[in-house]
Design a protein around this ligand. Structure first.
Ligand SMILES: O=C(CO)[C@H](O)[C@H](O)COP(=O)(O)O
Length: 207
């Protein structure tokens, strides 16, 4: 199980300060959609250069023009790029093709996808990593719940989980053995992000 730190709604300086304090606890650095919109894809390049040993996920949330936008992120140094599950199959396939050519991977964000048939269809494109995700705005109705795992049951995909996950909800989520746990605010929004990341890592590792 890998820990992905989501850098959302942060400045460049805040992102780097937090990364410096939590780097020993995390496996994947997610550069959030809003951060990329604020600074452009150059922020991907900058963070990859600062942390060459970490995988970088660029949360591009691609929903169209897949080839062009995936290329932008991979060229800047992303290892994984997100594409939305509601995008056209042609977008998914083109993004996947670029990932293969550029030695990268795509994560299909299942935000608002409610049909397992759609997940099967997505998996049949050859994509092998999906994200079960409760969006920031929808978190006011409830954060990530383990019921969401039913969406991928029996489908041969690796799974990431995201959406308001914290040290209290993680133990239940862990029982479902997700491949990647994505955590943003429960680390970046804390007074002591290092302590928060350490606590989460300890739960993940049964320490
Ligand atoms: O993709 C995202 C928002 O679209 C976030 O990265 C993801 O939801 C994790 O952040 P948080 O733990 O704060 O919910």
């Amino acid at each position: 199980m890998k820990l992905q730190l989501a850098l959302d709604r942060l400045t460049r300086g805040e992102s780097i300060r937090i990364l410096e304090s939590v780097k020993q606890h995390i496996d994947i650095i997610e550069i959030g959609t809003g951060v990329i919109k604020e600074y452009g894809v150059s922020i991907i390049k900058e963070i990859k250069e600062l942390y060459p040993g970490k995988k970088i996920l660029a949360d591009m949330k691609i929903c169209d023009a897949g080839k062009y936008e995936a290329k932008q992120a991979f060229t800047a140094g992303a290892d994984i790029v997100t594409v939305m599950g509601f995008a056209a199959n042609s977008t998914i396939k083109e993004t996947l093709q670029v990932a293969k050519e550029m030695n990268g991977q795509i994560m299909i964000d299942l935000l608002e996808i409610q049909s397992a048939d759609r997940v099967k269809e997505l998996s049949s494109t050859g994509a092998d990593l999906v994200g079960l995700h409760v969006g920031k705005d929808k978190q006011s109705e409830g954060v990530f719940h383990t019921d969401l795992f039913s969406l991928i049951e029996g489908i041969p995909v690796q799974v990431a989980v995201a959406g308001g996950i914290n040290s209290k909800t993680l133990p239940d989520i862990k029982q479902h053995k997700p491949d990647i746990v994505i955590i943003g605010s429960a680390i970046t929004g804390q007074e002591n992000p290092e302590l928060a990341a350490n606590t989460i890592r300890n739960i993940m590792e049964d320490r």
